[in-house]
Design a protein around this ligand. Sequence first.
Ligand code: MRU
Length: 413
Amino acid sequence: MERKITTSMSALKWNRPNLEIIDQLLLPHEQVWLPIKNAEEAHKAIKTMQVRGAPAIGVVAGLGLATDLLHKKDAFQNEKDLLEYIAENTAYLRSARPTAVNLFEAMDRMDKHVETEHLRLKESKEASGNTLETIIETIVREAETLLENDVLDNRAIGKYGAEYLVARHGESRFSVLTHCNTGSLATAGYGTALGIIRALWEKTTQMDHVYCTETRPYNQGSRLTAYELHEENIDFSLVCDSAVSWLIKTSNQPAKTINNSLDKFDRSPVKAIIVGADRVTANGDTANKVGTYQLAIVAKNFGVDFIVAVPSTTIDLSLDNGSSIPIEYRSGTEVTNVSGVVLESADQQQRKGNGIIERSTVRVSPFGDFEAYNPSFDVTPCELITAIVTEKGVITKDASTGQFDVKGFLEKH
Ligand code: MRU
């Protein structure tokens, strides 16, 4: 049986020279497309999380620079002037958010072109031979390649991940759980962890249910993943972050052995937790949305698979382990408050006349002067990870050492 995936949801639209992103702060209630005309607007959209998710951040930074250069192409005096402008803006874009390595990887690619052109300029005393137009075209093509490759990579991740899980669980039916949002909205399309879930849904019959966590404090799970799963007609339930241990325990137990059989939610047992990542280091340690670490501990406790899905652009071989990954801490107001839409009847909405749903922020903690601790990411140690699925295949642990050889795998594939 083929269960068809229908959506054409997307975080961004690129129509040379124009870039637009969907404002993810307004999803799932409003679909508002924002034009991004320059590097400054790309920086702001990434920083304020109008666009988020590691691969999408890298692609928007690249295309943000590309659209900027295409719009300003007549403003540069000479090659040196243009190269300085590109370098200034890659440095600026790097400062938008610290944890997702895809942003730095995208900017490294641009800076490499700048370096090559500088060398060329130095060697030939007069002109570099490359016109301003050629340099801009090289940068724009690099950004477009990021966009094209990301979708292809995600489809490959989906295929490898689905094959791996089906091989491990045979014919039996199972559910999976995912955290944060790793789908079309977090990437250039299809998704990483959500790409595996899409492929499992579309190409197999074994996975028949998905649980997605709310992912407090920013609610990427309830606002974005639930939205994507709902649009795709994938059978899913939304769960509180704090319900996961109980869910996995009870879903793997026969109903009659549970305190109260009504507690058992009548679905296939959860056999895998599948997440994306913002950075994977050489030993396999993984930074991802805060809460991922505790999910990995729960998976280990109940003996279920813990799968990390990433394009190889998310792997940072310059770091031996996760202890030096920079972790972003965000404003405490994301914890003290929640934002959403005011629930009103359709009639009340209609009487307001404009059809726009009002968003508001609600204080869910006392007013007063106290701290809210809000790390946006945490690091899951490689010991807790079963496998890392990439577009090149699945990285598993060496049977004799019990370790991932991420570098060796990438060199071989
Ligand atoms: O703060 P966010 O929403 O940018 O965090 C996103 C995540 O942690 C995702 O899981 C990760 O970037 C992988 S997206 C394919």
